[in-house]
Design a protein around this ligand. Structure first.
Ligand code: PMP
Length: 319
């Protein structure tokens, strides 16, 4: 276990208007994030490039989801998109100067907004200012070896609440699922609700059968990853048929391929589930096509940022 005081180098973080070292950042114990898990978060990748520039990937979509998350729990968004961009850029820059983030390191922007600090009482307090926290830390993407072998997963019943579409910091259900995976030497736990696939503890889940990719439909039972829309686009680009539909546990176990996706994993092949091989037990063709297309999408967005091209869907970045 690493205590915060041992974090080295000590990143510079933003907390309620100030840039401070993470080891010195403090929130009052009556913060509703601490007391009730009453808050939301967002995680967006910032990729480093040979040019020395860092570009955010799909930041517009991440900020739209952030706005949706605060909206769903009745918190006024503390910043508009431009404000968040500026803030993430400031924190990233501060870390390149003082926080030990190298210009050639990929990074992750972690944003958390809680309802704020108030006398304890369940219902929303009046006139409280949200707590805003932003941290930019190095991102280690899965390596080539992990992509080549794929990862092992386990499965479990999805016992979480029915507001999984809110990116809430109330993550106990997800924490228990991640721990279940860890205790079983697995990378992730794939969850099923009423016999249907939902998602992992911190990833969306996809299956491929006979060259067709499928994922559970967007609903309150899953978090819509920013990779959800991205992968939909990539399937179209690659000529892979995609179906958003209910997927039974039997279908998952009979799939040719299983893929997990998230900001920090990108796409990863699952080659074992509950100890049994998935399909041929090797990463498959659909994964290979999506991974390659994902890397092309990153390169395209970085190139657009480099040229300073304004474009609605391929945002330019931050730093
Ligand atoms: N579902 C859950 C429960 C998650 O925690 C995540 C990761 N934030 C995802 C799906 C994937 O979302 P994204 O692609 O935006 O990282």
């Amino acid at each position: 276990m690493t205590a915060v005081s041992e974090v080295s180098p000590d990143p510079i973080v933003y907390l309620n208007g100030e840039l401070v070292p993470l080891s010195e950042a403090r929130v009052p114990v009556l913060d509703r994030g601490f007391i009730f898990g009453d808050g939301i978060y967002e995680v967006a990748p910032l990729y480093a490039h040979a040019s020395g520039r860092r570009t955010a990937f799909r930041l517009k979509q991440h900020l739209t989801r952030l706005a949706r998350s605060v909206g769903k729990i009745g918190i006024a968004n503390p910043f508009d998109d431009a404000g968040w961009r500026e803030l993430i850029g400031r924190v990233a820059e501060a870390n390149e100067t003082d926080g030990g983030l190298r210009a050639d390191q990929d990074a992750i922007a972690y944003i958390q907004v809680t309802r704020g600090v108030a006398k304890r009482g369940h219902a929303f307090p009046a006139g409280v200012k949200p707590t805003v926290f932003v941290m930019v830390t190095p991102l280690s993407l899965p390596g080539a070896a992990q992509r080549a072998s794929g990862v092992a997963c386990v499965s479990a019943e999805d016992r979480r609440w029915l507001n999984c579409d809110i990116k809430s910091v109330s993550l106990l259900g997800n924490v228990l699922m991640a721990q279940y995976a860890a205790e079983n030497d697995a990378f992730e736990t794939l969850q099923f609700r009423d016999g249907l696939l939902t998602e992992g503890s911190s990833s969306n889940v996809w299956i491929a059968k006979d060259g067709v990719l499928a994922a559970p439909p967007r609903s309150n039972k899953i978090l819509e990853g920013i990779r959800y829309g991205l992968i939909e686009e990539l399937t179209a680009e690659c000529g892979i048929r995609f179906e958003a539909r209910d997927i039974t546990e039997a279908e998952v176990r009979a799939a040719d391929e299983i893929i997990v996706s998230s900001a920090t994993k990108e796409v990863l092949p699952v080659t074992r589930l509950d100890g049994a091989p998935v399909g041929a037990g090797q990463p498959g063709a659909v994964f290979a096509a999506l991974y390659a297309a994902y890397q092309r999408a990153k390169a395209a967005e970085a190139a657009a940022a480099q040229e300073g091209v304004e474009n609605e869907s391929r945002e330019r970045l931050t730093v």
